[in-house]
Design a protein around this ligand. Structure first.
Ligand code: ADP
Ligand code: SF4
Ligand code: MG
Length: 345
């Protein structure tokens, strides 16, 4: 058996834009536009990038909540790209998703007990100890009071609601959990607790995680590897320590310099080296030619507009560290926070 649990190749999701009475397709939002990556059994793969770059769409493809427009998704070597709802049933047990917003992802009219036991019922999983007992065990696992199975979501705090979401995801004892910004809606003080809980559950149940976040500081602690996404593409992927020690893609460098530096003695230098990400992410309806980051990149040259840089290891980097950039940043290079010269959409 391959040690990759999930593999995607050339993965695409284009949302059609239609016009008029007859819903003629006039374009498409290229939310995910050709990504190749593998999720190894037992690891946590962090996925980061600004809002709108396609992280949630990628997560929904990995879990087959969405069907891809193009490319392939395999889970434990089996192609699941276009399986029907019925054929997806075993996959649904193995792969679960945790959502960003614990407020809207839980039905306010259902008790915690029925929310957490719903996956067991849908999958018709027998619970020899009884459903109530199964729910109570799950509540205990995620650090909630097992006697609270009859309460409603509004009776819990944000952090507790996210624990309910985690309990629901765990009910089927999945192999892979895709967590889409699971702590972004929570107070900073609560974020670490939820991340630590996910960490503990991972070792206890041999879980594999894809952990989506919009900034690099959140995924640093939990990830083994990190993939950086920009406008529907993976622009850099590496082992966690390699990525934080020597980011190669200008976008990664920019994202990293946006992370607050807690140590005051280093803050000055960090401020000076701060790269400002100017402008918004361009529209995924009509992405820039060549390298998609070129309209915001201070290193852009002519070739960047004509040739799309492949995601490959760059000079001196191990095979596991891949960067989609013609002019990757080298260690010690001066990085300037100015808008690109001569680059336009
Ligand atoms: N169902 C949809 N229909 C049309 N466009 C969508 C849909 N879902 C997402 N998009 C668009 O796809 C792009 C990527 O969105 P998303 O995957 O949510 O990004 P992220 O999670 O990184 O913020 C955005 O431009 C978004 O507006
Ligand atoms: S390929 Fe060119 S535009 Fe794209 S990130 Fe690298 S230097 Fe910048
Ligand atoms: Mg999202």
């Amino acid at each position: 058996m391959s040690e990759n649990l999930l593999e995607v190749t050339g993965l695409q999701k284009h949302f059609p834009i239609t016009k008029g009475l007859f819903k003629r397709q006039v374009g498409a939002v290229r939310a995910v536009d050709g990504i190749d990556l593998a999720v190894r059994a037992g690891e946590t793969l962090g996925v980061v990038g600004e809002s709108g770059c396609g992280k949630s769409t990628a997560g929904r493809l990995f879990t087959r909540i969405l069907e891809p427009t193009g490319g392939r998704i395999t889970f434990e070597g089996r192609d699941v790209s276009h399986l029907s709802t019925a054929a997806l049933r075993p996959f649904r047990r193995d792969v679960q998703m945790i959502f960003q917003d614990p407020y809207s992802s839980l039905n306010p009219r259902h008790t915690v007990g029925s929310i957490i036991s719903a996956p067991l019922q849908i999958q018709k999983i027998p619970t020899p100890q009884g459903t109530k007992k199964a729910v109570q065990e799950l509540l205990e696992l995620v650090g909630l009071n097992p006697e609270h199975y009859n309460r409603y979501p509004h009776e819990f705090s944000g952090g507790q609601r996210q624990r309910i979401g985690i309990a629901r995801a765990l009910a089927l004892r999945p192999k892979l959990i895709v967590a889409d910004e699971p702590v972004s809606a929570l107070d900073v003080s609560i974020q670490a607790q939820v991340v630590n809980l996910l960490d503990d559950l991972q070792s206890e149940f041999d879980l594999t995680y894809v952990f989506i976040a919009h900034d690099l500081s959140v995924v640093r602690h939990i990830s083994d590897r990190v993939a950086v996404m920009y406008l529907g593409k993976v622009v850099e992927i590496a082992e966690r320590d390699a990525l934080y020690a020597s980011p190669r893609h200008p976008y990664t460098v920019a994202l990293m310099s946006a992370v607050p530096v807690p140590d005051p003695s280093r803050r000055d230098r960090a401020q000076r080296n701060r790269v400002l990400l100017t402008g918004d992410v361009p529209s995924p309806i009509n992405p820039p030619s060549g390298c998609r980051f070129r309209t915001r990149c201070w290193k852009a040259q002519e070739i960047c507009a004509t040739e799309e840089p492949p995601l490959v290891p760059r000079a001196g980097d191990p095979a596991s560290h891949q960067t989609a950039c013609h002019f990757p940043v080298v260690e010690g290079e001066a990085v300037q926070g100015r808008s690109p010269a001569g680059a336009s959409a």
